[in-house]
Design a protein around this ligand. Sequence first.
Ligand code: ADP
Ligand code: MG
Length: 261
Amino acid sequence: MTALDTELQIDRSKLKVSDEVAVQITKMNKWFGTFHVLRDIDLTVYRGERIVIAGPSGSGKSTLIRCINRLEEHQSGKIEVDGTVLSSDLKNIDKVRSEVGMCFQHFNLFPHLTILENCTLAPIWVRKTPKKEAEETAMHFLEKVRIPEQADKYPGQLSGGQQQRVAIARSLCMRPRIMLFDEPTSALDPEMIKEVLDTMIELAQEGMTMLCVTHEMGFARQVANRVIFMDQGQIVEQNEPEEFFNNPKSDRTKLFLSQIL
Ligand code: ADP
Ligand code: MG
């Protein structure tokens, strides 16, 4: 049994990629001080794509997806999200953030707020959604991630898998068109990984555009339409999963796969 073998339930007929561009990154570079962390990144993401980003620790995967919603600032090149160019213009940053949801390894829920309050906070305060409407939307998405009965509990009372599903529901409450995942299952016990992957698969089947940094190669093989391999700040290789896993081109990809599979 290898990391590729975990069988997931997927209805492939629902996975569709359109020819509409969701994210366009052109010749993008980023430095942390003098450290050149992202080098000449070119990446076009089409609506409905499920992209898995793989690569060794420190290769720039997190930094790349964080640049897409401007949690990190790039220094040269261009990032365009749904036609909005990310620059220091705060209006553009707000617009892009409202379309891009993000889920982290450590769920980042507010511990002193209930599950429901975690989900309604941003819609009420950022979007000015009336409280009742925000609560209805929150319950809708908590049902979708299959934990509506936890709405009045606090994050500390939930398992890690449940907390991560809350974090996904909370993002969905802002109605994003693109979801970024940064190792969403890495902090979870094995028995909870599948429930989070199942939630991500449901999102994919509803047509969500997704960029996922993950070590779950079973998910990459079965759900992704494209796997991107990064090393030392560059996109070294990208391909459809079948080709990527069976016929890697570069030596760096081969070495990486030999270490993880
Ligand atoms: P990955 O997600 O692939 O493990 P990261 O994007 O987190 O890689 O980091 C890429 C490189 O940038 C690493 O060498 C890391 O130490 C460095 N780095 C990440 N964040 C910062 C930061 N805020 N300041 C300086 N260096 C950073
Ligand atoms: Mg990372």
